[in-house]
Design a protein around this ligand. Structure first.
Ligand SMILES: C[S@@+](CC[C@H](N)C(=O)[O-])C[C@H]1O[C@@H](n2cnc3c(N)ncnc32)[C@H](O)[C@@H]1O
Length: 287
């Protein structure tokens, strides 16, 4: 079969589901993945033929896109901070906002020459700890998650990118003490309230892990509060706590960290939403 014939079907069938520019971007990601050909190579080969097996791969991708499966699940990978990460339905697909959080930490610590001990809470794909390990040569990076399936993916990603991160299976809500002192604690914990689900797209609602995303409407800052409490005990004096936060709860999240004695401020993401928080521990035993 000629690829051009499949292309016609692909664009026609997806036109009811996605804008044209997105369909185009999906198409070229898939041709790169299944045929190993770039957009330019395809333009030079208008009569490109595909095998039956490749036609089946494209058809399967088309069917999955029609039920709003994220393209990253179909490709089984995503890019974050210039690195490639394996992803599956067990882990959150790394988001650009989280790259901004990592950038903030790097701005603050990239000129540091002494050992920096970092703890990331909620590993997911491992995107935060692995990009910190890649870009901070003096860092010792730890990362914890309650999901054994997520940790398998995160461990795979650390090996794939040739970086060392100490991953551990831990439920942070059941943790009483971090058992060692850290210079930096970072977390992008679950923070989406059930009442916000109506703003979300089917690709997230139906295909990304609930464990990574949602919190109870009645206590949406449960993770930020618990992690602040642990950080107040186990961050070194002068150490920093970084959070990704719910854009609607900036003031409330700030209030929590300040209550634990931190000096803190918010930062907006590229869309102008309150998305990050940095808190600095000024005194011993801030509580
Ligand atoms: C919003 S995702 C963030 C994943 C990744 N850090 C990222 O930025 O893409 C939150 C992560 O927290 C983990 N998590 C949820 N509840 C947890 C708990 N009680 N203890 C530790 N990790 C938890 C989830 O499994 C998920 O991987």
């Amino acid at each position: 079969m000629q690829l051009a014939n499949f292309k016609k079907v692909f664009f026609e069938e997806l036109s009811d589901f996605y804008p044209d520019t997105e369909v185009q971007s999906f198409y070229f990601m898939l041709t790169q993945q299944f045929l190993g050909k770039s957009r330019l190579e395809l333009a030079l080969e208008p009569e490109c033929e595909i095998l039956e097996e490749q036609r089946n791969q494209f058809q399967d991708a088309l069917d999955r896109l029609k039920i709003h499966e994220p393209i990253q699940h179909i490709l089984e990978r995503s890019e974050f901070f210039g690195l490639t990460f394996k992803v599956s339905k067990e882990v959150l697909i790394p988001r650009p906002e989280t790259e901004e959080l990592v950038s903030w930490i790097l701005e603050d610590f990239s000129s540091e020459e002494k050992l920096i001990r970092i703890l990331d809470i909620g590993s997911g794909s491992g995107c935060i700890p692995i990009s910190l390990a890649k870009n901070l040569s003096s860092a010792e990076v730890h990362s914890w998650d309650v999901s054994a399936e997520a940790l398998k993916i995160a461990e795979f990603n650390a090996k794939f990118n040739n970086l060392g991160v100490n991953f551990q299976l831990k439920d942070i809500l059941e943790t009483k003490d971090l058992e060692q002192e850290f210079d930096v604690i970072v977390s992008n914990p679950p923070y989406v309230r059930n009442l916000e689900k109506k703003e979300m797209h089917a690709n997230v609602l139906n295909h990304e892990p609930a464990l990574a995303l949602y919190v109870d409407d009645k206590d949406p800052l449960i993770f930020h509060r618990k992690i602040s409490e642990l950080a107040a005990k186990n961050l070194k004096v002068g150490g920093s706590l970084y959070f990704e936060i719910n854009q609607y709860l900036g003031a409330e999240t700030l209030e929590i960290v300040r209550r634990f004695g931190f000096e803190a401020g918010l930062k907006k993401d590229i869309f102008g939403n309150d998305r990050m928080l940095r808190a600095i521990k000024k005194n011993e035993g801030a509580l």
